[in-house]
Design a protein around this ligand. Structure first.
Ligand SMILES: [Zn+2]
Ligand SMILES: [Zn+2]
Length: 251
């Protein structure tokens, strides 16, 4: 719910100004040395290496130990849901950087009428910062270590590998929602369904209430926050999806 004044202010500015001007300002803030392919390739490489190392350390995995895979997936889905619904959309110490990066920048750059980046450099506002992959590796290791030490080594390794894999899935799926819909990635069937849910989330009227799972909407479904864009938009705007004009955001 948009009840906190500190949360309303950035969105109010976004609506008051031209979205193109907002985008130009954010584009100007992208570091000059930023190379999206290099950055994304490097973070993928680190993540894949971490997964490969974990799998090479597995030893004689028992059938029951594989059950940790769906469990770790659900934990990751819950973490994604809680972090997005919480600090990414509400200013909470010490996580203000998440609110700033997500609500004040990602949601300002992309609204539900402007879901595609104008050029590859502007995927800067889609990907996590460069240090995120390191943070994900450390966090996954912190969660996996007790399993390794106190239950079974294989469980810790599999939990770690699923956590890193989930991060990669998140980055690739989120990218697929913000590339042009006609591109190869944008035309993937599963990306289309999930993209519609994420597009609804980028409606500033719905972003604090609906579709917090950016990958698979399991905890949205369980929590009753899974939004139907067609229903919501028809009710709010009286037209179909994708018809919102840029002029609606101009002062
Ligand atoms: Zn997004
Ligand atoms: Zn969001």
């Amino acid at each position: 719910m948009l009840t906190n004044r500190t949360e309303v202010a950035p969105l109010g500015r976004a609506r008051a100004d031209s979205i193109e001007r907002q985008r130009d300002e954010l584009a100007a803030a992208i570091p000059r040395h930023y190379q999206p392919a290099l950055y994304f390739g490097a973070s993928n490489l680190v993540a894949v290496l971490a997964i490969v190392v974990a799998f090479t350390q597995l030893n004689d995995v028992h059938a029951w130990e594989w059950l940790i895979v769906p469990f770790a997936f659900l934990v990751a889905n819950w973490v994604e849901y809680r972090v997005h619904r919480g600090p990414m959309h509400h200013q909470r110490r010490p996580w203000q950087i998440l609110f700033e990066r997500h609500t004040c920048q990602h949601h300002v750059y992309f609204d539900d009428g402007h879901m595609s980046a104008r050029n590859a450099r502007e995927y800067y506002w889609v990907f996590f910062p460069w240090w995120a992959v390191g943070l994900v590796v450390v966090t996954a290791a912190v969660f996996a270590l007790p399993l390794w030490l106190f239950v079974a080594r294989n469980l810790g390794l599999l939990f770690f590998a699923v956590g890193i894999s989930y991060y990669l899935t998140y980055e690739w799926l989120h990218l697929s929602y913000h590339v042009p819909a006609q591109s190869v990635i944008g035309r993937l069937p599963m990306a289309g369904v999930l993209r519609r849910l994420h597009t609804a989330h980028h409606d500033t009227a719905l972003m604090t209430t609906q579709n917090f799972n950016i990958t698979f909407p399991i905890f949205d479904w369980l929590s009753g926050t899974l939004g139907n864009r067609d229903t919501q938009q028809a009710r709010a705007h009286g037209d179909g999806p994708g018809k919102k004009e840029r002029g609606q955001f101009r002062s």
